[in-house]
Design a protein. Structure first.
Length: 278
């Protein structure tokens, strides 16, 4: 049996310990509550982040391309003008990560970039790995050929067994695979590479969108637009966001797209006129 003095000491220690645990629990609960209160989501979280990383293939003028002025290399184009307005609406700054087109969605899934603005079409396959905004532009496609072959290729059937090229994982790749399944298809990373291969007789035709085609012919006197056009079977060009993007963020971006659609055509024309070499 414990002595009375010892019992009092033990009881006192126990009470102090219990009180300390109680205070610790309260403190933990309070800190947890404060942390939860400070945690921001959606647009507020994005603004707090401050800067986003935007992925694009900056080799597709007039949409996005490198321009060196005064010794400074910058990326310009119609998509950049759209990006400026999107960033302003979201309340963030942006950094551009330039990469091949077929690596963009992989980078988005791997959280190496926060969005893609690169004239990307929201196909059903891509929608499995990304959320897409509303479409901001839709155009047509034309087959480029060497100048001396313009009269040789008058219809799509003339390209049935030809050597063709386009950008890997692009909408144009899908068009060729569907419309010209027997053609020998060479997939490349940049539109400039397509023009070089075509001019050097490594391929017979290159399928690109019309604004890009105009610029490629301007920079390469040996190639020309054929009379063979293909409609864009996709919805058009949209901005790709990570899967599960907060609806508030998507709403803000779509607001910008709706307001900018009439301007985008003008941005495209201006960017086309401003391209000197490609």
């Amino acid at each position: 049996m414990m002595k009375t003095g010892l019992w009092k000491k033990v009881t006192g220690v126990a009470l102090v310990g219990a009180l300390a645990l109680s205070l610790a629990a309260c403190g933990s609960s309070s800190a947890s509550s404060t942390k939860k209160a400070d945690t921001k989501t959606g647009l507020a979280a994005l603004k707090e982040k401050g800067t986003i990383t935007v992925g694009m293939m900056a080799a597709t003028p007039p949409y996005e391309y490198h321009l060196v002025q005064g010794g400074k290399d910058q990326i310009v184009g119609s998509d950049i003008q759209l990006l400026d307005k999107v960033a302003k609406e979201l309340g963030v700054k942006y950094e551009i990560k330039d990469m091949d087109f077929d690596g963009l969605l992989v980078a988005l899934q791997g959280k190496k970039i926060d969005m893609i603005i690169s004239a990307m079409s929201p196909t059903a396959e891509r929608a499995k790995n990304a959320d897409f905004t509303d479409v901001y532009y839709k155009g047509r496609n034309v087959m480029l050929v060497r100048k001396g072959d313009v009269n040789k290729y008058k219809t799509a059937k003339d390209f049935a067994n030809a050597r063709l090229t386009t950008i890997k994982t692009s909408v144009q790749e899908g068009i060729i695979e569907k419309e010209l399944p027997n053609a020998q298809l060479k997939l490349l990373g940049k539109s400039t590479e397509e023009a070089i291969d075509l001019a050097n007789n490594k391929v017979d035709g290159a399928l690109v969108d019309i604004p890009t085609a105009i610029l490629l012919t301007r920079g390469n006197p040996n190639i020309a637009l054929s009379k063979v056009y293909f409609e864009d079977p996709s919805a058009g060009a949209a901005i790709a966001m990570p899967k599960g993007t907060d609806p508030e963020i998507m709403k803000a971006i779509n607001k910008v797209i709706k307001e900018s659609k009439p301007q985008y055509e003008e941005w495209l024309k201006k960017a086309t006129n401003n391209v000197k070499d490609i």
